[in-house]
Design a protein around this ligand. Structure first.
Ligand SMILES: Nc1ncnc2c1ncn2[C@@H]1O[C@H](COP(=O)(O)OP(=O)(O)OP(=O)(O)O)[C@@H](O)[C@H]1O
Length: 251
């Protein structure tokens, strides 16, 4: 089986009865949903709703108090080679001395295996991925000397290079300018066309219907999950955010 070939028929992400807590204090309660393949999914909810915590549990960084999350029908550690992760801006130690091209090359190590050093072909793939996010001219720039939006693009290029089946992204649109936002949207659509599944923690309610096929609405509990047109209604959004919100959805 090729590295990128996840088990056929298995859901990219399945969350069952998940409860997660920090020092006994639950922040997610009994959350269950299933994400089908080839969908762009927004995980939406107010500050403190547990969105990042959900990603932590899915990636095995945090143990759930109850329930579980399966990736392609397996625990994360058995499925990690099919998963690409784009961290939240500002959550990474940028003092590490490495340039943009090296960061993207790291995405290729999973494909190569740790014993083989990347060669000219890998370098070419990495450069193509930087090109796709408009960052070729910065290939040799130290990552600490890039702007926040440029760093974000480099991480997206790395995810692209990795050629995963499921992408988990923590607020990829946070704090980026309009051009970068459009570049990220184009990239997500390209991934979808290639049959990839993308799950994004997302903040901007006004773009949910445009960017995503499905939405997971969270507020500690799961408020609703499903196709955007069905689930992203005023009623559900108000249930998640409490009270009235500026709403640009369908219902
Ligand atoms: N390491 C931690 N220790 C204790 N409590 C935490 C920790 N990390 C998060 N929390 C708490 O858990 C709750 C959920 O946090 P989480 O970061 O998952 O929310 P979020 O939906 O991603 O929020 P935001 O939109 O603000 O990023 C919050 O109340 C937060 O204060």
């Amino acid at each position: 089986m090729k590295e990128t070939e996840a088990p056929p028929g298995a859901f990219p992400l399945e969350v069952r009865g998940l409860t997660a807590a920090y020092r006994e204090k639950p922040v997610l309660w009994d959350v269950s949903f299933t994400i089908p393949e080839g969908q762009l999914v927004g995980v939406v909810g107010p500050n403190g709703a547990g969105k990042t915590t959900l990603l932590k549990v899915v990636m095995g960084v945090m143990r759930p108090a109850a329930g579980r999350a399966l990736v392609f029908g397996r625990p994360f550690e058995k499925a990690r080679r099919w998963v690409g992760y784009v961290p939240q801006r500002g959550s990474v130690d940028w003092d590490f001395p490495t340039d943009a091209l090296d960061v993207v090359m790291m995405g290729l190590y999973g494909r190569l295996g740790w014993l083989r050093r990347p060669g000219r072909r890998e370098r070419e793939i990495a450069l193509q991925c930087l090109e796709k996010v408009g960052m070729s001219e910065f290939a040799r720039r130290q990552i600490s000397q890039l702007s926040g939006g440029q760093q974000q693009r480099v991480f997206l290029a790395r995810a692209l290079a990795q050629d995963a089946r499921l992408y988990l992204m923590d607020e990829p649109f946070a704090g980026v300018d309009y051009r970068t936002e459009r570049a990220i949207v184009a990239l997500l659509r390209e991934l979808k066309e290639r049959g990839r599944t993308v799950v994004c923690v997302h903040h901007d309610l006004s773009t949910v219907t445009e960017y995503f096929d499905r939405v997971v609405l969270l507020n500690g509990r799961l408020i609703a999950e499903g196709p955007v047109q069905e689930v992203f209604t005023r009623e559900n959004v108000e249930a998640a955010y409490g009270g009235s919100v500026a709403f640009a959805g369908g219902g």
